[in-house]
Design a protein. Structure first.
Length: 256
């Protein structure tokens, strides 16, 4: 018996869904039957490309635009979502929200400026907070929120101290939100990637750095966006129906 695709009939929004891990999540959720809102901040062409790839694979998707980390970002995102979904053959609202968009800051404490810090937290922490707050009336009961965290909240990593703090706050947000939304049957989990091959870390082009990051995993390789997307698709699905408020490692066993 072929199982029904886990996300059939559902609508999902993936922030930063046009490239890297977000693109893989968008493609995976669409392959499992979801209509996917592919959110992007700047790169319209990348969002169009991801939407086209999904449609070419027989899935359904549409782009949603909003720059995050600026005042009014969450409202702009939902206004764009509402406008775009009105043109789709779908009911308004959504079932799955994936807070994936994020930036890094490869600086030790001595080198972080106030501006760096504020921008980092505005994108990685404040934006998901208000995207959820303003999205809750649209999120259907029984739905799921997945916050993309980082394995670096599990150990000390001073080279990117402010980044790890921004994701640590997201982990705490996940826990509190899971309790708050339980009565609505909405599950909230964090998925924590390890060293993953995307454009967020240009130093990965350096063979020595690649080797060093690969060696952090017990499998001696970098994670691929698809490795993370598989865990997010699970966390967002009914298969994880008895799991909420959890931090799910998707790092290939980094520093276990
Ligand atoms: P990426 O740089 O390829 O993707 C980041 C996405 O976020 C992009 O789509 C980008 O457009 C979007 N984004 C960034 N700033 C934005 C803004 N101001 N407004 C709107 N959108 C914005 O990197 P990635 O590796 O795919 O990162 C995805 C998530 O995974 C991030 O939250 C990142 O912190 C997390 N993560 C990545 C790794 C890794 O090694 N790649 C490890 C742990 C966690």
């Amino acid at each position: 018996m072929t199982p029904t695709p886990r996300h059939e009939g559902r609508t999902a929004l993936v922030t930063g869904g046009s490239r890297g891990i977000g693109r893989a999540i968008s493609r995976r959720l669409a392959a499992e039957g979801a209509l996917v809102a592919v959110h992007y901040g700047h790169d319209h062409a990348a969002a169009e490309r991801t939407v086209k790839e999904i449609i070419a694979d027989g899935g359904r998707a549409f782009p949603v635009h909003a720059e995050l980390g600026v005042p009014g970002d969450a409202d702009a995102l939902w206004e764009s979502f509402d406008r775009e979904i009105a043109g789709q053959d779908a009911k308004p609202g959504l079932d799955v929200l994936v807070n994936n968009a994020g930036i890094t800051l490869p600086r030790t404490i001595a080198n972080v400026t106030e501006e760096d810090y504020d921008r980092l937290f505005a994108i990685n922490t404040r934006a998901p907070f208000f995207v959820v707050q303003r999205g809750l009336p649209r999120l259907r009961d029984g739905g799921a929120i997945v916050n993309v965290s980082s394995v670096t909240t599990r150990f000390a990593y001073p080279a990117i101290i402010a980044y790890t703090m921004s994701k640590g706050a997201l982990d705490t947000f996940t826990l509190a939100l899971a309790k708050e939304l339980g009565p609505r049957g909405i599950r909230v989990n964090a998925v924590a990637p390890g060293f993953t091959e995307t454009e967020i870390n240009p130093t990965l082009r350096n063979p020595e750095i690649r080797r060093a990051y690969s060696a952090e995993s017990v499998f001696d390789r970098l994670g691929q966006p698809e490795d993370i997307a598989a865990v997010v698709a699970f966390a967002a699905s009914g298969d994880a129906g008895w799991t909420t408020g959890q931090w799910i490692d998707a790092s290939g066993g980094v520093r276990i």
